[in-house]
Design a protein around this ligand. Structure first.
Ligand code: SAH
Length: 245
């Protein structure tokens, strides 16, 4: 089951940080908690990165995105704005009401508060864009079949998904370079997060990091084909997935 729902402003820490940064040119710390990792921070400025500041995987994805594009989990709208500047047709969605408000203020022409997995969300697109560990919103491996079903409904003939992710196995690497992963455990890329900004604490949510091989396997089982487009510097990669004929 996919539990994601639309956020309300009082449970939208990342959106609040984005809106603060937009209004004041600065923001407080965006704290990230997880039962698997030490407390961390997201530098809010990075959510406003320009095309030049994006990593090569993201820049490649922007170049490959064609036709009518859906920017899924668009955040501050950095990718949508870059695509619009390149003359491409893009629609941005996010479950965060404050992020959508920020995107409208920044000039994203079509920004809607919507949950990808909600039945009431529909449309038809040539490219589904999922960036900044875009596989994350799938949450858990068991949600992959529902994700691929939704993607198939949204894609026009010839269309594809562009998604980046990371293989978290480096976290389990031993000093001698071998990996200690117990395959009886839950998949090592299934992570839980909770975000806080100022006094706004969001609800905990699942986030999926997925290695390319596992993604490719699930894709095949669900009528898609996965291609490895480009590898990044640190176990990260960009994949393209399209429905098999
Ligand atoms: N793509 C942006 C933001 C990444 S953060 C960037 O690269 O900067 C992930 C975003 O996905 C958050 O803004 C979160 O609110 C949104 N999100 C999470 N689950 C979602 C869902 N089911 N449907 C739409 N958006 C979702």
């Amino acid at each position: 089951m996919i539990h994601t729902d639309l956020l309300t402003a009082d449970k939208d820490p990342m959106g609040a940080a984005i809106l603060d940064f937009l209004k004041h040119g600065r923001a407080d710390k965006l704290h990230v908690f997880s039962s698997q990792f030490d407390e961390d921070e997201i530098p809010v400025r990075t959510l406003f990165r320009t095309e030049k500041q994006m990593n090569p995987l993201e820049r490649t994805a922007l170049q490959l995105a064609t036709g009518r594009i859906l920017d899924i989990g668009a955040g501050s709208g950095c990718h949508s704005l870059a695509l619009q500047a390149a003359g491409k047709e893009v629609e941005a969605i996010d479950i965060s009401p404050l992020s959508v408000e920020a995107m409208c203020k920044r000039g994203v022409k079509q920004a809607t508060q919507a949950n990808l997995f909600n039945e009431s969300f529909y449309g038809s697109y040539d490219t589904l864009l999922m960036l900044m560990n875009g596989s994350g919103i799938i949450g858990q491996l068991e949600n992959l079949p529902a994700f691929f079903r939704k993607a198939k409904q949204l894609l026009r003939p010839g269309g594809s998904i562009l998604m980046d992710s990371s293989d978290l196995r480096y976290l389990y690497e031993d000093e001698d370079g071998s990996f200690v992963i117990n395959i009886a455990d839950e998949y090592y890329g299934e992570v839980d997060f909770q975000i806080r900004y100022k006094e706004i604490m969001g609800d905990p949510f699942d986030w999926l990091y997925i290695d390319f091989q596992t993604l490719s396997l699930y894709a095949t089982q669900n009528g898609f084909e996965a291609k490895l487009i480009k590898e990044g510097k640190h176990y990260d990669y960009l994949a393209r997935l399209h429905p098999k004929a």
